[in-house]
Each structure stands twice: as structure tokens, then as C-alpha cells.
Design a protein around this ligand. Structure first.
Ligand SMILES: CC(C)(COP(=O)(O)OP(=O)(O)OC[C@H]1O[C@@H](n2cnc3c(N)ncnc32)[C@H](O)[C@@H]1OP(=O)(O)O)[C@@H](O)C(=O)NCCC(=O)NCCS
Length: 436
């Protein structure tokens, strides 16, 4: 970390001694004030629920400028990666710091491809779930269970274990998501086909059956690959911070990633695209495009608790750059599949138009986020709505591992342990039951 010449001074109105706090400069983005000695020197904590002003780590992986609507993986703009790289190249970039050359790409692809199958016993574990279980419930279980199947890569402090766990997770996530889907559909599992691309293989495991040949549609293959690239990392969001916090105790990588899967499930995070599609379905049931006005009225009513899902973002206060790319993919996929007149798509486009012009959204800088479009694309591809967040988890796994590995390799890393402002009861006596 580069120290700044400037220091911050914290003073107190009650005359307590003031304190100088060092400042560090990022390569881009805001500087940070180092408060690590604050408690030791003043006996006070900082208070920042939701981490609105707190950097929990230093990182070299992903940079977001929410006001500009900029997203960089290792310095490369997402717009360029989405056009000039594929998902496995992006994985290499996130994990090792740079895009692979041709030989490195070949080697990395071969390593990932070599690990696409899962232990045969996993299918019996899967069988313990109800067929109608939510795929994210199943994925939380399956990913956590990987630590029981792959004992030889569970020591988070061993760099080789971390490396093999990383490759296994990237390779096996598509297989697990497809197995969860096939199980819910009551269809036989399809083993991975390693001659296919990462996205093509996923499509094969999802949509092929043993009875017929399956041809991968290149437009859909590219769209899925783009979905994976756009979701691969997003710096210190809720699930990534969960993975870091979970991993900071020294637990194994599979358990830490399972914690990330569980966090991602929430509707304010990865569950948003599912929530968005469900919302579109509800508006459609209310009467479709003509009822958008009524729906927007509910959204604006603070007592209704209704939100326009797929709009707004904690960090982006401008158009989410991933949303622009996904919007493009959305039009491409629907065009290729002849679904431009799909009622839900038309509804989404009308909703988008109205919300982008409405002062409520404009004044609050609420723009469509990536989930607004990714749900529509996935639905067109034939992915069931309940599986959307599992696809997000599949793509985000590489980001989680890159962030986890960065944390473990950081000499300043400590177990994560936030503090609190206690506002509960002061000490009191426990009365025996008869006197309460
Ligand atoms: C993502 C999200 C949690 C970010 O929340 P945040 O940064 O804490 O923003 P806030 O909740 O402070 O929102 C600021 C204002 O916009 C409103 N707002 C935010 N998102 C909104 C939405 N989707 N629909 C309607 N109003 C919204 C809030 O009510 C608040 O209004 P107020 O200032 O009058 O109280 C929030 O925008 C949201 O829930 N969006 C829908 C879910 C979604 O798409 N999530 C995917 C994220 S990738």
C-alpha cells in the first residue's frame, strides 16, 4: 500500500487528545484512512453498518467506479473483455493476474477440462434432496459437500491445495448446476463432454438427453459465455465479503465458497434476476404493459415495500456497464431465437423505458442493473427461473476464489472480526423463575 503525504487528524470536542491517522493511496479510486490503531489509542470504534465507507481489504483484482459506471478486471475494461476474451481467459486473468497467451490458455483449459466430472458418489448425495428443492438450497449443500469428496485440497494455508481447489471448483460448478437441474426435471444426468467449450459443455449437460444428438447453438453459447464473464467478479460485494470472512477463519475453500453461494441467494444480491423475472410475471398477470403505471405507483409508495427489481445498485449510481452488454446480448439472443415479440420481453422493454424517464428513478440514480436483462436472456435460452442464481454462482465462483486466495496470500490478513456499538441492557441480576 502506498502511504500518502497527507494525514487525517481526528479531534474530539470534549478535549480528549487528537490522533493522526495515516492515509494510503490506491492506484485508482478513493484513498483510505487507516484506523487500525484507533481503538488502541482512543478506546473508540468506528460505526459503519452496511460498510458504506469502509474498505475491508486492499485488492488488485477488480475495480469499480460506480459514478462513472466503470468495471475493470485486473485493469481491463469489462466492455473489452466481453468482446475480446472468453470466460476461461477471464478466469485465468482473475486468478493469476493477467490474460493467458495461446500456450497458457491451452494449458489452463486442459487443466480445467480435466476436472469437469464429479465423484460418482455425488449423485447419491444429490438424491437426498427433494426434487422440488430450490436449486440454491441444493447448490449450497453440494458445494459444501465437495470438501467431503476432495479431502486432498482442503488446507487453505497450502498454496497447492488452494490451486487445485480453485481448478476443481471452476471445473465442477457447471456439472453441479446441471446435475441439480436434471435432478429437478427427473432426467438422467449428462456427463461432461470435454471437446466442447466451457459454456457449450454446460449447455450440453443442461439440455442434452441420452436419446438424441445435441447441437450447441453458437449464439446461445456466446451469450452464456458473456453472462459468465460479466458475473465473474465484482470486488467486495456481500457474497465475496462473506467468502473472505468465512475463509479468514482458516476453513477449507469449498466451505468458504458454499458460504458465498448461500449469501448470493438473497434477493438483494444474486437472487435479483429471479426476483426480476417473477416481478415481470406478476405485472403480466395484473394485465401487462397497460398496468405498468399502477405498478410504478406501488414502487414509489414507501409503505408498499415493492421495489422495481433489477433496478438500482449499491455501487453503480450510473448505468451498470454490465447491463449495457447484457442488454445487447438480450437483443441478440431473442433475435436469434425469434422471440422479439415475447410478451415478457416487450413488458421489460416498456418498463425500462418508463423507469429511465421517471423522475423518481432519475433523481435517485436508479438504472437497470445486469440482472434486469440477464434473467430475460436466461429465460429465452430455456433456463428455468429458479436456476438463475445458480448460474450466477457458477460464474462468480472464480471471483470468490481469486479473492479468497488473495486474502490468504496477504501478510496482513487476520481473521475477520467486526466490533459493535452495544445498546442493550446494562448488567442485571437473573431472578429465579418463581420471582420473574
Ligand atoms: C441494490 C439495492 C439493494 C441497493 O440499495 P442501496 O444502495 O442501499 O440504495 P438505497 O436502498 O439507499 O436506495 C436509495 C433510494 O432509492 C430507492 N430505491 C433503491 N432501489 C430501488 C428499487 N429497485 N425500486 C424502487 N426504489 C428503489 C430507495 O427506496 C431509496 O429511496 P429514498 O431515498 O426515498 O429512501 C437496491 O437498489 C435494490 O433493492 N434493488 C432491487 C434489487 C436488485 O435489483 N438487486 C440487484 C443488485 S445487482
Amino acid at each position: 500500500m502506498t502511504p500518502s503525504d497527507v494525514k487525517a487528524t481526528l479531534s474530539f470536542s470534549d478535549g480528549s487528545p487528537s490522533m493522526d491517522l495515516p492515509i494510503y493511496k490506491g492506484s485508482i479510486g478513493p484513498d483510505v484512512i487507516d484506523i487500525r490503531k484507533l481503538y488502541g489509542q482512543t478506546g473508540k470504534f468506528t460505526y459503519d453498518p452496511g460498510f458504506l465507507s469502509t474498505a475491508s481489504c486492499n485488492s488488485t483484482i477488480t475495480y469499480i467506479d460506480g459514478d462513472k459506471g466503470e468495471l475493470l478486471y485486473r485493469g481491463y475494461p469489462i466492455e473489452q473483455l466481453a468482446v475480446h476474451a472468453d470466460f476461461l481467459e477471464t478466469c485465468h486473468l482473475l486468478l493469476y493476474g493477467d490474460l493467458p497467451d495461446a500456450q497458457q490458455k491451452k494449458d489452463f483449459t486442459a487443466r480445467v477440462t480435466n476436472h469437469t466430472m464429479v465423484n460418482e458418489q455425488m449423485q447419491f448425495f444429490l438424491r437426498g434432496f427433494r426434487r422440488d428443492a430450490h436449486p440454491m438450497a441444493v447448490m449450497t449443500g453440494l458445494v459444501g459437500a465437495l470438501s467431503a469428496f476432495y479431502h486432498d485440497s482442503t488446507d487453505i494455508n497450502n498454496p497447492q491445495h488452494r490451486e487445485i481447489a480453485a481448478i476443481r471448483l471452476i471445473a465442477k460448478m457447471p456439472t453441479l448446476v446441471a446435475m441439480a437441474y436434471k435432478y429437478s426435471a427427473g432426467q438422467p444426468y449428462m456427463y461432461p463432454k470435454n471437446k466442447l467449450s466451457y459454456a457449450g459443455n454446460f449447455m450440453h449437460m443442461m439440455f442434452a438427453t441420452p436419446c438424441e444428438d445435441y447441437e450447441v447453438n453458437p449464439v446461445i453459447e456466446r451469450a452464456l459465455d458473456r453472462i459468465f464473464i460479466l458475473h465473474a467478479d465484482h470486488e467486495q460485494n456481500a457474497s465475496t465479503s462473506t467468502v473472505r470472512l468465512c475463509g479468514s477463519s482458516g476453513t477449507n475453500p469449498f466451505a468458504a465458497i458454499a458460504a458465498g453461494v448461500a449469501c448470493l441467494w438473497g434477493p438483494a444480491h444474486g437472487g435479483a434476476n429471479e426476483a426480476c423475472l417473477n416481478m415481470l410475471g406478476d405485472i403480466q398477470k395484473m394485465g401487462g404493459v397497460e398496468k405498468i403505471g399502477d405498478f410504478i405507483k406501488q414502487v414509489k409508495d414507501k409503505n408498499s415495500n415493492v421495489k422495481l427489481m433489477g433496478f438500482g445498485h449499491r455501487v453503480y449510481k450510473n448505468y451498470d456497464p454490465r447491463a449495457k452488454l447484457m442488454r445487447e446480448t438480450c437483443h441478440e439472443v431473442l433475435g436469434a431465437l425469434g422471440l422479439e415479440n415475447d410478451p415478457l420481453f416487450k413488458l421489460a422493454m416498456s418498463l425500462e423505458k418508463i423507469a429511465l424517464e421517471d423522475d423518481y428513478f432519475v433523481s435517485r440514480k436508479l438504472y437497470p442493473n445486469v440482472d434486469f436483462y440477464s434473467g430475460i436472456v436466461q429465460r429465452a435460452i430455456g433456463i428455468p427461473v429458479s436456476l438463475f442464481t445458480a448460474i450466477f454462482a457458477l460464474a462468480r465462483t472464480v471471483g470468490w476464489i481469486a479473492q479468497l486466495n488473495e486474502m490468504i496470500g496477504d501478510p496482513e490478513y487476520k481473521i475477520g472480526r467486526p466490533r459493535q456499538l452495544f445498546v442493550g441492557s446494562t448488567p442485571r441480576e437473573v431472578k429465579p423463575l418463581a420471582q420473574r
